[in-house]
Design a binder for this molecule. Structure first.
Ligand code: 5MM
Length: 339
């Protein structure tokens, strides 16, 4: 892929009114999701579920790309077409999660570092052959007693920058995802400070590793209160602090920023995104979505692991995709959503 193609891919990922669906759950995570609907996680059940997500008619109006897991990019639709080919035919770009998960960071109790750099050059070359246009790597930053440490932030952003450079070398657009977790009872002011420190460190490291910002998408958390915080920030505060934090840390050269939902309800993730786009445009970058749970949860609940529920589950997913598309334009209506 040429530089021009990297640029086009990055821009297409955040095209007007479009966002990204994250379905790259690892084996333990998809098992947890399936446990909630009393469905066994097997190769066949995962394929069936990803099939309904990938073949949803009409999704290409709202979705620019779908992030796949290693197993998924090698699977096929019921009629035998590779999932990646099915997506490309719909005008949806296949993406791939390339990290191998967050592991305990030695010397830093309670903190994680994301692994996956070993052999990544070869894996990226294979994913490119399999149709991947972009890749994702998620680092997790935990707010707790004395955490995060600078050691944890630096280890994670260094890995993110090394991954991003390898992606661009392979002609794949990197989506860099530092996620400050919602777990804990911290305030959203503390979330702001930690997100700001993480993003400043990240862009410093991307610079040191010669990563082209023009060909990089940022996926990040919103500035929200910890799940256990007795006072939850208002929608206005989440939008104001998130936009302020991004303006203070993210260079204008970045083609787009997409948010993760991080444990917010499906509706709140949409409301927050809409609030930012309705009240703070124009910004230096488009603000869009790359939700996993906030797009999938209502759909998964409707599916319940049963073939007879596929059509209903797809309609519910499409509705959430449409709502979030409207939120990227600042045109979402909670009343219409509920109707
Ligand atoms: C879909 O979940 C992704 C994979 O998670 P694991 O590696 O833990 O299995 C996850 O990275 C996801 O893309 C992001 O966390 C955003 O998803 P949410 O649900 O927070 O919007």
């Amino acid at each position: 892929m040429s530089t021009k193609e990297l640029e086009q891919t990055a821009e297409a990922m955040v095209a007007e009114g479009k966002g990204i669906l994250a379905i790259d759950e690892s084996f333990p995570t998809i098992k947890n999701r399936f446990d909630d609907i009393n469905t066994e996680s097997t190769e066949a059940s995962r394929r069936a579920y990803r099939d309904l997500l990938i073949t949803n008619p009409g999704a290409n109006e709202y979705i620019s790309g779908i992030i796949l897991f290693d197993e998924t990019i090698r699977q096929f639709t019921a009629d035998g077409t590779p999932f990646s080919e099915t997506l490309i035919k719909q005008g949806i770009m296949p993406g791939i999660k390339v990290d191998t998960g967050a592991k305990d960071l030695a010397g830093h109790p309670g903190e994680k570092v994301t692994e996956g750099l070993d052999g990544l050059r070869d894996r990226l070359a294979e994913y490119k052959q399999l149709g991947a246009k972009f890749a994702k790597w998620r680092a997790v930053i935990t707010i707790g007693e004395g955490t995060p440490s600078m050691g944890c932030i630096e280890a994670n952003v260094h890995a993110l920058a090394r991954y991003a450079a390898l992606c661009q070398e392979a002609g794949i657009v990197p989506m860099v995802e530092p996620e400050v977790l919602m777990d804990g009872d911290h305030t959203n002011e503390l979330c702001y400070d930690v997100t700001e420190a993480t993003l400043k460190a990240l862009f410093n490291e991307l610079y040191k590793q010669n990563v082209a910002l023009e060909h990089t998408i940022l996926k990040v958390n919103m500035v929200v209160s910890g799940k256990g915080c007795p006072t939850q920030a208002s929608v206005d505060d989440v939008a104001a602090l998130t936009v302020n934090c991004l303006l203070n840390t993210v260079p204008a050269a970045i083609p787009g920023i997409v948010f993760l939902s991080g444990g917010q309800s499906a509706e709140m993730a949409t409301v927050h995104l809409n609030e930012m786009n309705a009240n703070y445009a124009p910004l230096p970058w488009p603000l869009s979505f790359s939700y996993g749970r906030a797009l999938q949860a209502p759909c998964l609940d409707a599916w319940q692991g049963k073939e007879e529920n596929v059509i209903k589950a797809q309609a519910i997913l499409l509705h959430r995709e449409k709502c979030n598309s409207q939120a990227t334009l600042g045109k979402y209506s909670a009343e219409d959503d509920a109707a």
